[in-house]
Design a protein around this ligand. Structure first.
Ligand code: HEC
Length: 100
């Protein structure tokens, strides 16, 4: 491989890597914001638990968590897709896992 090709490859790899890192950060921050806006009034900041149970360490699969949020089996209010999209729920779960 010539030096210029290697340089080009390095630039491409760096570019792709920064996009991956940036979007992962954006998801985590957005998830924290969504958590604070929708969940922390009952589950407390950082998922420590209050009126609602402690959520960290987060032990639910995506499917289980989505079901519990869409159709809670308890006092928790349901969050329909009109209130939180599947992507927003995924961002919240990402946040809870990142602090678990
Ligand atoms: C109005 C208060 C309230 C809000 C807001 C709320 N929850 Fe809950 N949540 C609860 C209560 C109360 C329970 C548990 C009740 C029970 O187990 O009988 C619960 C249970 C849960 C559980 C199951 C936990 C377990 O150990 O069984 C998950 C997961 C959960 N909530 C996630 C969330 C997420 C994510 C949000 C934000 C989108 C949210 N909750 C918003 C009150 C709330």
């Amino acid at each position: 491989m010539s030096v210029s090709r290697m340089l080009f490859a390095a630039v491409v790899i760096h570019f792709v890597a920064s996009i991956v890192v940036l979007s992962a950060t954006a998801i985590a921050e957005n998830g924290e914001e969504l958590y604070v806006g929708h969940c922390s009034s009952c589950h407390a900041p950082q998922g420590r638990g209050a009126r609602g149970p402690r959520l960290v360490p987060f032990r639910f699969s995506d499917a289980e968590a989505l079901r519990l949020i869409r159709e809670p089996e308890c006092d928790m209010p349901a969050f329909p897709p009109s209130q939180l999209s599947d992507e927003q729920v995924a961002a919240i779960l990402g946040y809870l896992r990142s602090i678990s």
